[in-house]
Design a protein around this ligand. Sequence first.
Ligand code: LIP
Length: 268
Amino acid sequence: MSDLPDPHLLLDVALTIAREAGELLARGREGTVAAETTKSSPTDVVTALDRASEALVAKRLGELRPGDGLLGEEGSDSAGSTGVRWIVDPLDGTVNFLYRLPNWAVSIAAEVDGEVVAGVVHAPTLGATYTAVRGGGAFRDGTALTGSTVTTLAGALVATGFGYLESSRAAQAAVLTRVVPRVRDIRRMGAASLDLCAAAGGLVDAYYERGLKPWDHAAGGLVAAEAGLRVGGLHGRPASEDLTVAAPPALFGPLTDLLAEDPPADRD
Ligand code: LIP
């Protein structure tokens, strides 16, 4: 696959499509939105707009990047034949969207030969668009991002999240009872892609969550890494469903040590 595309070109494609999907969602949000069906639990809802957004993204990728693969939260799963695969959360923060809270986004990442090389997290209601290209830095609406410089857990404002299964939430709450006394405070904002971008922009000092799927962290993880944060899991592993942590290098070790105190029994 000698003629792999320039990541900046992939970013342009992701930006164009994220804006179109964001517009469809923002317009749809003006009307009545209801849960159409559920997935892993009664509170893990899917709206018609989650599906419409993914359908739009799939159609446009087919037009602009024929032959590329696609992995989407709402079921798209094709390997493609070009060496490029798109990893898409068509509406991250679905529950926020349902409750008319502003913290939701379209998250689109381009992966080349298994490595994420470009990502966009577009949040119309927040008026924010985060972008990154591997080795090219991270930006919010064109302004370069550098993460937090906080070096102690006690001084760290930490974002996190919880799954949709009761058993996972119970285990995550048990971890939280250990984390809260050891950090400055916790923020629960409801969309992993935006939590990772908030850490990239220093709106929080660090983020961790168990149970994330690739579409939850692919684009936001690149934004956080390109802003200078260390992004990964336990024991040197990459970010995954077991654990996703984004933190300044000085905080990454202490935070993962704190999280490693609890066996990862809490997967969705
Ligand atoms: C959400 C994640 C969030 C997590 C929620 C949910 P969704 O994704 O972004 O971090 O805490 O449980 O998984 O379902 O809105 O695409």
